[in-house]
Design a protein around this ligand. Structure first.
Ligand code: HEC
Length: 260
């Protein structure tokens, strides 16, 4: 009788002690993924994207809830850069996540995935990121001397130079040297054009206010168009030269979404 009670008590207490989702995520994920919302200045110092950011990107890429869960569970066990839905330059920055195989049970991982989907991203994070993105895009657009301002046209050497200490890319010294030359040539050309664009735009607006000099205005608008075409060509040439310098593997690592 006493034995039976003890067994029941033991069973009862293990059930009571079943680990909460919050504890599971804290013990298995939080060492790398912070669970509170990072402030903008913390983002560059993180070891891995904050859980807020992880879920934000997954939700952008996958809409079906079942698929979201399947993605999380699969990624934690078999992380691969090709599967990643986070921005490619972020993954290059952090390095691919180490697999949690053998470190967490399938059941616990399933619980963690549910918890992630319920609690992330927090509304505060979504607000912060949307504001940052809007501001960034607006600023880039306002100062752009290019005719084509699609995000599909990456500023390749910039992304590269930001990431090239990362071992995964394995850039050779010769590649780095070539890329620096391309970057310098492009920057010099675009900077010069940008200065001229600013002056011309101001002049055109002044003429517009004066209203009389419409012919002079036309000439200046044509000159402006020509300058922006030049800047666009410099940008496109820079992309072509960068693609030439990199090998296929490096291209895929940095720009998995850049289908030409
Ligand atoms: C040792 C550090 C570490 C631990 C522990 C860790 N992660 Fe990660 N995780 C990373 C890094 C670094 C990235 C960013 C690079 C990448 O996506 O592979 C990442 C990215 C992810 C991504 C985004 C995948 C994408 O699209 O790029 C998911 C999902 C994820 N982790 C889930 C988890 C879950 C769930 C846990 C806990 C059960 C966990 N991680 C624990 C380091 C870690």
């Amino acid at each position: 009788m006493i034995k039976k009670t003890l067994v029941l008590m033991a069973l009862g207490s293990t059930m009571m002690l079943a680990t909460s989702p919050e504890t599971l995520i804290k013990t298995n994920c939080a060492a790398c993924h912070m669970l509170t919302t990072p402030t903008a200045d913390m983002i560059p110092t993180l070891k891995a994207p904050a859980m807020d950011a992880v879920m934000f990107h997954i939700n952008l890429a996958i809409s079906d809830k079942k698929e979201v869960k399947a993605f999380i569970v699969d990624y934690a066990m078999n992380p691969k850069i090709k599967k990643s839905v986070c921005e490619s330059n972020k993954v290059t920055g952090f390095g691919v996540m180490p697999s949690l195989k053998g470190k967490i049970s399938d059941a616990d991982l399933s619980t963690v995935a549910d918890y992630m989907m319920e609690n992330f991203p927090t509304p505060a994070f979504v607000k912060m990121i949307t504001e940052m993105q809007t501001n960034g895009k607006m600023n880039a657009l306002l100062n752009s001397p290019f005719l084509i301002n699609q995000t599909a046209l990456p500023h390749m050497t910039k992304v590269l130079i930001e990431n090239w200490e990362k071992g995964t890319l394995a850039l050779t010294a010769e590649q780095k040297e070539k890329l620096l030359v391309v970057r310098k040539e492009t920057m010099t050309a675009v900077k010069q054009i940008k200065g001229k664009v600013k002056v011309l735009e101001a002049e055109i607006i002044t003429l517009l206010i004066d209203a009389e000099e419409s012919k002079e205005m036309d000439v200046k608008v044509d000159a402006l168009a020509k300058l922006k075409a030049e800047a666009t060509k410099a940008h496109l040439k820079c992309i072509a030269q960068t693609v030439e310098i990199l090998d296929d593997e490096q291209m895929e690592l940095l720009f998995p979404f850049f289908d030409s």
